[in-house]
Design a protein around this ligand. Sequence first.
Ligand code: AHM
Ligand code: MG
Length: 333
Amino acid sequence: MKTLDEFIVEKQAEYPHAKGALTGILSSIRLVAKIIHRDINRAGLTNNILGISGVENIQGETQMKLDIFAHETMKKALMAREEVAGFASEEEENFVVFDTERGRNAKYIILTDPLDGSSNIDVNVAVGTIFSIYRRISPIGTPVTLEDFMQPGNRQVAAGYVVYGSSTMLVYTTGNGVNGFTYDPSLGVFCLSHENIQIPHSGKYYSINEGQYLKFPQGVKKYIKYCQEEDKQTQRPYTSRYIGSLVSDFHRNMLKGGIYIYPQATTYPQGKLRLLYEGNPMAFIAEQAGGIASDGQQRILDIQPTALHQRTPLFIGSKEMVEKAQSFMRDYP
Ligand code: AHM
Ligand code: MG
């Protein structure tokens, strides 16, 4: 059994990106994962955790109590590290500058969706934490600026997620493949359980909120019909599976083969998911596992961000399936 710590130390020697600083940041994220795991597991027993907070976030969405708790926990954990110069979260309007001597001299910035799929918390369904790590581009010794956070996803040095499911798992990449670690609560450690994850080229799952079918673009409607048609060679009809928690839906599709789509629709003209907190980190992981991620037209990782809370349509998962969906988007504009 190899623990996450042992794995990181081993890889530090092999991978240029996995230097000591990254090790420190991953330690903080691991700690946050343990805290959120603990609190989610007791969620039904205390009324401090379940339910809405009565506040809306910058996107006008109702924040759950656990959204805020996860956000604050992540912020504190990262602030305590000397490697982090700033932080941005789906739950806070502006990016946060760690404007201390330590912060000004730090090299990395972190973007996070601290609690993804939070509408699932109250009903005991899996949620996740997503994170994305970049090297700052502003000069060391100065406070970080917006341009540090506006880098395209192809500049990420690491990204990952934690899925709080039937077991809690931390999955991450530093650009050299994807590895997954399952949490053993009795020992308090994450252990390597899924080494070098590869997404099957194709699969049988398609995940999309079909309740919005009538509002979808033509290409998506046609692709859904394609998924439902019978064809032995491609093992259709595919199976529809939608948890409503990107991390969980993606995780299943990554292990089993499948596609997750959150397209543009009239409710969300640019899609619902956020490029910086959800699209980019998940796209980096998908590509590192042999899958692809696009907005229906172009590679997610090549999109130049223009706003911190920018949204994007997302087509992500098994290579053949995403390519097929893209071809429908091209053919039925
Ligand atoms: P959140 O970050 O506010 O939880 O929103 C993102 C979530 C995704 O995890 C999930 O796939 C999607 O929203 C579900 O949205 P919908 O209910 O519209 O299908
Ligand atoms: Mg989210």
